[in-house]
Design a protein around this ligand. Structure first.
Ligand SMILES: NC(=O)c1ccc[n+]([C@@H]2O[C@H](COP(=O)([O-])OP(=O)(O)OC[C@H]3O[C@@H](n4cnc5c(N)ncnc54)[C@H](OP(=O)(O)O)[C@@H]3O)[C@@H](O)[C@H]2O)c1
Length: 281
C-alpha cells in the first residue's frame, strides 16, 4: 500500500489541564481511535496521548500509525498498540474487535471514514458500497462490541463513544448524496444510543464538523475554500463528551449550521446543492 510522509505533527497539548484530568480520569486507561493515521482521528490521538490515555490506533496505513505510536509513546510515556486494518472488510473489523477485547477501553473515537462526490448516477457503485461499509457498517459493529465491553466495566467508571457525523448529515446533499446519507445514519445512531446507553455509564457524542483540512477532501474529490484544522474538532469533541449529545466544533461549523438552521429542510438541500456545485468537479 502507498504511504506518504507523516504530516507535520501538532503535538502540543491543547486541552486545558482541567479537561485533561477529566478525560484521563473518566475515560481511561485505554482509548481506541479509528482513522488515526490522518486528520481528525490523528488529532484526537494526539490530544488523548497528551492527557495520558493509552491508545489503540487503527487505520490501513501501518507506517503512519507506527510512526505516530512511537512518537506519542515517547513523548507522553503512554502505551500504544497499532492495528493496520481495512474497515471495509469483515476481517479488518474482527481484528479491531479482538484487540479491543484484550484492553480496558474506556473511550472509542470512530473517525475512520471517507466521502465520495459527483453525480450519483455516473459514479462507481462499488465505491459507494465500500463507503457504507466503512462509514456505517464498521461503526455499528465496533460500537456494538465496545458498548457491551463498556457496560461490563467497573460501575464507578464512565465510558465514552465519539462518532463522526457531519454538517452534511442533516439534510440531503446533491453530488454527495450517498456520503451525506452515511453521515445522517451516524448522527441518528448516536442520538438514539446516547439515551439508550446512558444508564450504563456510557456517554455517546455525535461530532458534526463543517469543512476540515485533512486527507478527506482529496479522497472525496472535493475542494474546500474555508476550512478549520482537525485539532479544533478533537478539542471540541473531548470538551463536549459527557455534557451534550451533538457538538459542532469550531466557529465555522457553528456558523454554517446557524445559516441553515431556520430554513425548511428542502431549502437546506437546495442550498447544499449550490455549495456542492462549487466544491465538486
Ligand atoms: N474533513 C472534513 O471536512 C470532515 C467534515 C465532517 C466530517 N468528517 C468526517 O470525519 C471523519 C474523519 O475524516 P478526516 O477529515 O479526518 O479524513 P482523513 O484525513 O481522510 O482521515 C480519514 C481516516 O480514516 C481512515 N480510513 C479511511 N478508509 C479506511 C478503511 N477502509 N479502513 C480503515 N481506515 C480507513 C484513514 O486511514 P487510512 O487511509 O490509513 O486507512 C484516515 O486515518 C470521517 O468520518 C469524515 O466523514 C470530515
Amino acid at each position: 500500500m502507498m504511504t506518504r510522509p507523516l504530516p507535520t505533527p501538532r503535538l502540543t497539548p491543547r486541552l486545558t489541564p482541567r479537561l485533561t484530568t477529566r478525560v484521563a480520569r473518566d475515560y481511561g486507561p485505554w482509548a481506541l481511535v479509528t482513522g488515526a493515521s490522518d486528520g481528525i482521528g490523528r488529532a484526537c490521538a494526539v490530544e488523548l496521548a497528551a492527557a495520558g490515555v493509552n491508545l489503540i490506533l487503527v487505520a490501513r496505513r501501518a507506517a503512519l500509525l507506527n510512526e505516530l505510536a512511537d512518537d506519542l509513546a515517547n513523548r507522553h510515556a503512554i502505551k500504544c498498540a497499532v492495528v493496520a486494518a481495512d474497515l471495509a472488510q469483515p476481517d479488518g473489523v474482527a481484528a479491531v474487535l479482538a484487540i479491543a477485547a484484550a484492553h480496558d477501553v474506556g473511550l472509542a473515537v470512530l473517525a475512520a471514514g471517507f466521502g465520495t462526490s459527483g453525480n450519483f448516477i455516473d459514479g462507481d457503485v462499488a465505491a459507494e458500497l465500500a463507503m457504507i461499509d466503512v462509514n456505517c457498517r464498521a461503526v455499528v459493529a465496533i460500537t456494538h462490541a465496545l458498548a457491551r465491553q463498556m457496560r461490563a466495566r467497573r460501575a464507578n467508571r464512565r465510558s465514552g463513544l465519539i462518532l463522526l457525523s457531519s454538517l452534511v448529515g442533516f439534510q440531503g446533499v446533491p453530488r454527495a448524496a450517498a456520503y451525506a446519507a452515511t453521515k445522517g445514519f451516524v448522527q441518528v445512531l448516536a442520538e438514539g444510543l446516547r439515551l439508550e446507553l446512558a444508564p450504563h455509564g456510557i456517554d455517546v457524542l455525535a461530532v458534526a464538523p463543517g469543512p476540515i483540512t485533512s486527507g478527506f477532501a482529496a479522497r472525496a474529490g472535493m475542494t474546500m475554500g474555508l476550512a478549520q484544522t482537525p485539532d479544533v474538532v478533537a478539542r471540541g469533541a473531548l470538551a463536549a463528551l459527557g455534557r451534550i449529545g451533538t457538538v459542532r466544533p469550531g466557529w465555522l461549523s457553528k456558523g454554517l449550521e446557524a445559516a441553515l438552521l431556520l430554513l425548511p429542510r428542502v431549502w437546506r438541500t437546495r442550498m447544499m446543492q449550490q455549495v456542492m456545485a462549487g466544491m465538486t468537479k
